[in-house]
Ligand binder design. Structure first.
Ligand code: ADP
Ligand code: MG
Length: 257
């Protein structure tokens, strides 16, 4: 590691799809305990970078280091087990299950069924105890996000914003160190957005690290202490919000599309 403060480090990451180079030598670091923004025009390679970090895609070259350990090419559940989890741009709840039922499934879904089985004792009393603990944590999370009154509601009946809160609550049940959020504010009304941002800051104070792909520039500029700009598969600029806002190359990349 080049600095002790970084929790995530990408080195010359490369991902090709046939003739298209979606990520073209991207390198950056995310400092532990920060809310860092990842922005860039459409097609810049942000989603593909996210997918390479979280094991959805295997990069063609380069490396991803998390917490000082190489995680390049690991399976998504192996990466989640190490404390790096993500949310998706399109929420992945089960609409015909209740909010609480969705919460109870969360660790299984993120960490993988096989791992879940391997840590789940066969003794029935232990299973019951473990379920009880999980249920308690699930309630704590729902309470934290102020959606505990919706516990018995079908997830399919929630608003877009409430689904984003549920998604974040589910991700936190796996007790991660770092969260990658893919457009957490998309489809969220202004009052819920404010609440969601407050929760993110509260979680940051508890020690969590966030990497955020977000199109809403106000969110990026007002809530991220560090901003990384991608363009054509690599990092064009990075710095504090004010620097990025007035960076000529960044303005040109956005105008040029
Ligand atoms: P962003 O999220 O910044 O908008 P993406 O990472 O989605 O950018 O896309 C970067 C480039 O890679 C685009 O040209 C896109 O069309 C291409 N791309 C992304 N995913 C795939 C895929 N699964 N197959 C082929 N091309 C892809
Ligand atoms: Mg994208």
């Amino acid at each position: 590691r080049s600095t002790g403060a970084s929790i995530l480090e990408l080195r010359n990451l490369e991902k090709r799809f046939g003739g298209i180079t979606a990520v073209d030598g991207a390198s950056f670091e995310v400092e532990r305990g920060t809310i860092t923004g990842l922005i860039g025009p459409n097609g810049a390679g942000k989603s593909t970078t996210f997918n390479c970090i979280t094991g959805v895609h295997e990069p063609n070259a380069g490396s991803v280091v998390f917490d000082g350990e190489e995680i390049t090419g690991l399976e998504p559940h192996q990466i989640a087990t190490r404390g790096l989890v993500r949310t998706f741009q399109i929420a992945r709840e089960f609409p015909e299950m209740t909010v609480l039922e969705n919460m109870m499934l969360a660790p299984k879904a993120q960490l993988g069924e096989s791992l879940w089985r391997s840590v789940t004792p066969i003794v029935r009393s232990d299973v019951v105890e473990q379920e009880g603990e999980m249920r308690e944590r699930a309630w704590e999370m729902l309470d934290f996000f102020e959606i505990d009154h919706l516990a018995h509601e079908y997830a399919g009946n929630l608003s877009g914003g409430q689904r984003k809160l549920l998604e974040l609550a589910r991700a936190l049940l796996t007790e991660p160190e770092m969260l990658l959020l893919d457009e957490p504010m998309a489809g969220v009304n202004p009052s819920l957005e404010k609440k969601l941002l407050e929760h993110i800051h509260e979680l940051q104070e508890q020690g969590y690290t966030f990497l955020l792909v977000e199109h809403d520039m106000d969110v990026i500029m007002n809530h991220c202490e560090h901003v990384i700009v991608m363009h054509q598969g690599s990092v064009l600029a990075e710095g504090v919000a004010e620097e990025i806002q007035s960076n000529e190359a960044v303005i040109e990349a956005y105008l040029g599309g």
